[in-house]
Design a protein around this ligand. Structure first.
Ligand code: GS8
Length: 221
């Protein structure tokens, strides 16, 4: 049976980009459907009735929601296709999942406070939390090429999509990630040399324009 793979997504989403990279890594053909979150499609509401959020991967009619679960699903369903995304050893898998969860809990929230700030103070704590989180991740990377060691893998996918947003964080927060975590920036640039990453990530300038537009709309400072 021919596989039917549809991705409900939003160009600017760091979560959607994860699914795009994983599909590209495995070489899976799929139909990309851009959602308008201000006017969600009936299909999105039907496929993700709980959270009503993108990304949703619809595989032969069945929806998989939550970006990190989508990446793991892709790795499991297409396990015969190289490269593997999660490490093979249970401990290494647990560790990669731990840090990916850390990215969602710490990096996302700090970034949100930097770009969608309500007060200067909120932005300052967002900046501090972002830098602290990235420094921790940088020490986790150590001297390896990727978080997956020699191989690009799960945690690399979970984090690298934020690189699209780094320019917006830097301009809005008046900060330089290169000054604080140069090794992490070198890692991000290394990831961008991979076509599966560079073709899946949103353009940094477009993300910044998107942020400016939304800031204006919602009256952020
Ligand atoms: C987050 C998805 C999400 O926030 C994941 O997939 O990892 N934990 C989830 N999606 C946003 C767009 S990107 O910021 C979304 O769909 N928002 C719509 C809404 O909140 O109504």
């Amino acid at each position: 049976m021919a596989e039917e793979v549809i991705l409900l997504d939003l160009y600017y989403s760091m979560f959607g980009m994860r699914a795009r990279i994983a599909l590209a890594e495995k070489g899976i053909e799929y139909e990309y459907r851009e959602e308008n979150l201000a006017d969600k499609s009936p299909l999105l509401l039907e496929m993700n009735p709980v959270h009503k959020k993108i990304p949703v991967l619809i595989h032969n009619g069945k929806p998989v929601c939550e970006s990190l679960l989508i990446v793991q699903y892709i790795d499991e369903v297409w396990k015969d296709k190289s490269p593997p995304i999660l490490p093979s050893h249970p401990f290494a898998r647990a560790k990669a999942r731990f840090w990916a969860d850390f990215v969602d809990k710490k990096v996302y929230d700090a970034g949100r406070r930097i770009v969608w700030l309500k007060t200067g103070e909120e932005q300052e704590t967002g900046k501090k939390d972002m830098i602290d989180a990235l420094k921790l991740l940088e020490s986790e990377l150590g001297d390896d090429s990727y978080f997956g060691g020699e191989n690009f893998g799960f945690l690399d996918i979970a984090l690298v999509t934020y690189y699209s947003w780094f320019h917006a964080y830097e301009v809005c927060g008046k900060l330089s990630f290169e000054d604080h975590c140069p090794k992490l920036i070198a890692w991000a640039k290394r990831c961008m040399e991979k076509e599966t990453v560079s073709k899946s990530l949103a353009d940094q300038n477009k993300v910044y324009e998107f942020v400016l537009l939304l800031r204006k709309k919602y009256g952020a400072k």
